[in-house]
Write a protein that binds this ligand. Structure first.
Ligand code: ADP
Length: 191
């Protein structure tokens, strides 16, 4: 299955993604993790990305798309993939659709993890990541509301959107996610 995972910072996407890729045995493509790795290695791309990450801004689309397209060439992506933190805006979503169309492997599902802002701010306050400082957190939430949320309409229009309630225990949330996946599988096989 090819899945896009959408949710604001602090929604629990990272935790649920790890469980999901283990459940489905598919590779996990997290652009945030890839940028953190590039930053740690101090590669030229990592240094550029860092300037945006440290301010809670989106890294420019060209940098993101070059990195993702490179990753998609690897053979492990052939049978499914979980995109986490990508796409982040409609331009990236259109580019992803094109790349997947070329591979003859369209998207099966866009999962939205819903958590309200009050709870997000509470969760992000306790994490201690360098981009979890209050000013940066609000910039990340703003970029989510302004640039990423329009993706929900985009994917709803394509009939692939499923929204999941992100409140509750990790197990409860995962049970909702796996139910949405199984539902989609059943629909696809026409049972
Ligand atoms: P979170 O969802 O918690 O904000 P991520 O780990 O997905 O965090 O991303 C961390 C940072 O990396 C983002 O704030 C942004 O600067 C950059 N980033 C990650 N993915 C993308 C993307 N698809 N497009 C642009 N910037 C991205």
């Amino acid at each position: 299955m090819r899945i896009v995972f959408i949710g604001p910072p602090g929604a629990g996407k990272g935790t649920q993604s790890a469980r999901l890729v283990n459940y489905l045995k598919i590779p996990h493509l997290s652009t945030g993790d890839m940028f953190r790795e590039a930053r740690a290695q101090q590669s030229p791309m990592g240094r550029i990305a860092e300037q945006y990450m440290s301010e809670g801004k989106l890294v420019p689309d060209k940098i993101v798309l070059d990195m993702v397209n490179e990753r998609l060439k690897r053979p492990d992506c052939a049978h499914g993939i979980l995109f986490d933190g990508f796409p982040r805006n409609v331009f990236q979503a259109e580019a992803l659709d094109q790349a997947l169309a070329q591979l003859g492997a369209p998207l099966d599902l866009a999962l939205e993890l819903q958590v309200d802002d009050k709870e997000l701010l509470r969760r992000l306050g306790g994490r201690g990541r360098t981009d979890d400082r209050p000013g940066v957190v609000s910039a990340r939430l703003n970029s989510y509301w302004q640039q990423t949320r329009p993706l929900l309409e985009y994917y709803r229009g394509r009939g692939v959107l499923e929204s999941i309630d992100g409140l509750g225990s990790m197990d409860e949330v995962f049970a909702r996610i796996s139910a949405a996946i199984e539902k989609r599988r059943t629909e696809r096989s026409g049972v």
